[in-house]
Write a protein that binds this ligand. Structure first.
Ligand SMILES: [Zn+2]
Ligand SMILES: [Zn+2]
Length: 357
C-alpha cells in the first residue's frame, strides 16, 4: 500500500510500505478521502511540531520519524481485530484521530482533549490518512450515516472543531457572532453557529473566494479587512459589538479585532493555534467584563464520538454542507505539488483539498 510519510520540513514522500499490523482492538480502513489541514501545512513548512522530532519517540505511541501524515479521513472498514465489537467489515466510517493516555490529571478530570501525552493518528501514530489504508483503534472510529457520502466523512474532523468551539463559547440561540478568518475552521464555525441559532453572522476574511463560501453557508455579512475597517463595520451594525466573536487565525490583528468587535460583557473564543505574541491590555477585558477562552480540537477519549456524531447528524439533516468547502480532489501521488504547495501559495483560492487515493 502507499502512504505519504513525513521525514521533516519540506520532505513528504509517497512510498510503498507493508500493511500495518491489525491488533485485537484495531480496525483496518480503506481510505476514501483525507483532507489537508492547516496543521499538515504547518508541519510541512515549519515542523516537526506535533510530530515527534528527529531521534524522539512519541511518549504515548512510541513512534518516530518517518511518520505517516493525514488526520482528517474517512473510508470503508475492510478488517476488524478479534476483540472489536460494534464495527463491522463494510461500515462507512470516519476517525476521531486523538489518542489519549487515560491516566494523566486531565484524563482523570474527563478533559481528555487536554491530555498531557495526546497522540494523533496522522501526526504521531502508526497510521495516517494520506494512504491507501490505515489501521486505527476501534475506539477512534465513528460510523457515518448511510445518506452521507463516505468522502464527506473526511470533513467531520474539521466540523467537529467548529462544533466544539461553538459549544465552548456558550453562544445562545439568537446571538450575533463574528468570525475572524474563513479557512476550513472559520467556515465550520459559521455552520455550527448557524445550526445553534446565531442570527447575524459577520465574517472577516481577506480572500474573496473564502468570503463567497462563507456567504454560501450562512454568513449574513462578509467583510474584507484589507479594504474596510471590519471592527467599525461590526460595531456600527450591532450597537457596540457582537455577543460572541471567534478568532480562527492566530495573529495579532485578528486577535485584537475579535476583542474590539465584541460587546461589553461579551465572549471571545480563540481557535487559531499560534505562538504569536498578540498584545493585549487588561482593560480590554477588565472594565468591559469581556471573557476570552480557548478551544482545542474536540472531545476525545471515551467521548470520541460525542461531537463527531453531532456533526454526522448535521450532515445527515443537511444543516452542514461540506461541498462549498471542497475546492479540489487530488490523487495521493500529487499530494505535495497539487496539495500542500498549492495551499501554501498565498494567492491560493483553495479551502479544503481532499486527497482521494
Ligand atoms: Zn485538522
Ligand atoms: Zn491523559
Amino acid at each position: 500500500m502507499r502512504v505519504a510519510n513525513y521525514y521533516g520540513p519540506g520532505d513528504l514522500r509517497v512510498e510503498s510500505v507493508a500493511e500495518p499490523d491489525l491488533g485485537a482492538d484495531d480496525v483496518r480502513i480503506e481510505i476514501a478521502a483525507c483532507g489537508i489541514c492547516g496543521t499538515d501545512l504547518h508541519e510541512y513548512e515549519d515542523g516537526p511540531d506535533l510530530i515527534p522530532g528527529e531521534g524522539d519517540n512519541h511518549p504515548l505511541t512510541g513512534v518516530s520519524l518517518p511518520i505517516p501524515l493525514g488526520h482528517e479521513f474517512s473510508g470503508t472498514v475492510t478488517a476488524v481485530g478479534n476483540d472489536v465489537t460494534g464495527v463491522e467489515v463494510g461500515d462507512a466510517v470516519t476517525v476521531n484521530p486523538a489518542m489519549v493516555c487515560g491516566d494523566c490529571r486531565y484524563c482523570d478530570e474527563g478533559r481528555h482533549n487536554l491530555c498531557e501525552s495526546v497522540a494523533n493518528v496522522g501526526l504521531s501514530a502508526e497510521s495516517g490518512g494520506f494512504a491507501d489504508a490505515a489501521v486505527v483503534p476501534a475506539a477512534n472510529v465513528v460510523q457515518l450515516p448511510e445518506s452521507v457520502p463516505v468522502e464527506y466523512g473526511a470533513l467531520v474532523e474539521p466540523f467537529s472543531v467548529g462544533v466544539h468551539a461553538t459549544r465552548r463559547s456558550g453562544m445562545q440561540t439568537g446571538d450575533s457572532i463574528a468570525v475572524f478568518g474563513a479557512g476550513p475552521i472559520g467556515i465550520s464555525i459559521v455552520q455550527a453557529a448557524r445550526a445553534a441559532g446565531a442570527t447575524e453572522v459577520f465574517v472577516s476574511e481577506p480572500r474573496a473566494k473564502r468570503r463567497e463560501i462563507a456567504e454560501s453557508v450562512g454568513a449574513t455579512t462578509t467583510l474584507d479587512p484589507t479594504a474596510t475597517d471590519a471592527v467599525e463595520a461590526i460595531t456600527d451594525a450591532t450597537d457596540g459589538g457582537v455577543d460572541v466573536a471567534f478568532e480562527a487565525v492566530g495573529i495579532e490583528p485578528t486577535f485584537k479585532a475579535a476583542i474590539e468587535a465584541t460587546k461589553r460583557g461579551g465572549q471571545i473564543t480563540c481557535v487559531g493555534i499560534s505562538d504569536d505574541d498578540v498584545g493585549l491590555t487588561p482593560n480590554e477585558l477588565v472594565v468591559v467584563e469581556r471573557t476570552i477562552n480557548g478551544s482545542n480540537g474536540y472531545l476525545s477519549g471515551p467521548l470520541a464520538d460525542r461531537e463527531f456524531e453531532m456533526v454526522t447528524s448535521f450532515l445527515e439533516s443537511g444543516e452542514f454542507d461540506p461541498e462549498p468547502m471542497i475546492t479540489a480532489r487530488i490523487d495521493l501521488a500529487d499530494i505535495v505539488e497539487d496539495g500542500l504547495e498549492e495551499l501554501l501559495d498565498p494567492e491560493s483560492e483553495h479551502v479544503k483539498i481532499l486527497v482521494e487515493p
